[in-house]
Design a protein around this ligand. Sequence first.
Ligand SMILES: Nc1nc2c(ncn2[C@@H]2O[C@H](COP(=O)(O)OP(=O)(O)OP(=O)(O)O)[C@@H](O)[C@H]2O)c(=O)[nH]1
Ligand SMILES: [Mg+2]
Length: 305
Amino acid sequence: MTEDDNTALPTTRCGYVAIVGRPNVGKSTLLNHLVGYRISAIVNKPQTTRTNVRGIVTKDNFQVIFTDTPGIHHDSKTLMNKTLNIAAVAALDSVDAVVMLVEAVKWTAEDDLVLQRLEKMQCPVFLLINKVDRISEKNRLFSYIDSVRSKRDFVEIMPISATKGINTEELLQKIKSLLPFSEYAFDEDSITDQSLRSICSEVIREQLMNQLHQEIPYSVAVNIEKFTEMPYRTDIDATIWVGKARQKGIVIGKKGETLKRVGIAARKILEELLETKVVLKTFVRVEENWQNNPKNLSDLGIITR
Ligand SMILES: Nc1nc2c(ncn2[C@@H]2O[C@H](COP(=O)(O)OP(=O)(O)OP(=O)(O)O)[C@@H](O)[C@H]2O)c(=O)[nH]1
Ligand SMILES: [Mg+2]
């Protein structure tokens, strides 16, 4: 390399980071917090995220492209379950760093499964102990940190809170210091690879998952049939798929109450997101056993190839 080439090195840093962990540990919450936008669905139930979702942070002189992934889990009952695990592992391909999330102060068999998936990774792996805002006895946290130290050679073990933003700025700075010097891969104002249409579909699914119980949250999918942006209004028609005929009545609820609640909550969020009036129409359709149908999964963007 000549001296001239040296002086031509970019002063910016840019790189790719995968966010992985078992279901419900707070991966999507962390992504949304870091980006400062509601990109990924957040629900207090496992297996919320169904596709890899990119969120881009551009700050000072660096850019990080984070990928939020579906929770890595043991269940492989359906083709969708298997696809989620495959997607999470695929996100590890050619990243500059990985952040693995666990929940303070637990360690489960699925956390071990995540570690196994990371076994061959050569890049730095952070262990983030999330939800520390719930831990009042700090000694419990310290002994937990000690107990996880031997699990792998982590570049850093950090207690964080994705909801409260505890240590998240420190995390960004540590990630930054590991990134290669390079031009930005995306425009400075890009924040995601997701279309507005799919972000809106995820808002509706998030509200459905919040309102539904037992196996139903995992049996619904949302397909946007119409998304028409007009100067003062956006019209959205969404079809909610259920996997079995008996689930349709549960989603609609007595006198349509459940679906009405979901519609009101989703519309409120959509109006804030789109900064316009939203007319949301929802329809429920039985798409028998869609979780095992490759065509259905492909239409929903869950199978990408
Ligand atoms: N108290 C507390 N709750 C949190 C924190 N981070 C996330 N949560 C909650 O944990 C639940 C799961 O969060 P998600 O971000 O959907 O978790 P996830 O890891 O993306 O889950 P999957 O997509 O199912 O794999 C939600 O109820 C969040 O509000 C945190 O720092 N503190
Ligand atoms: Mg998620």
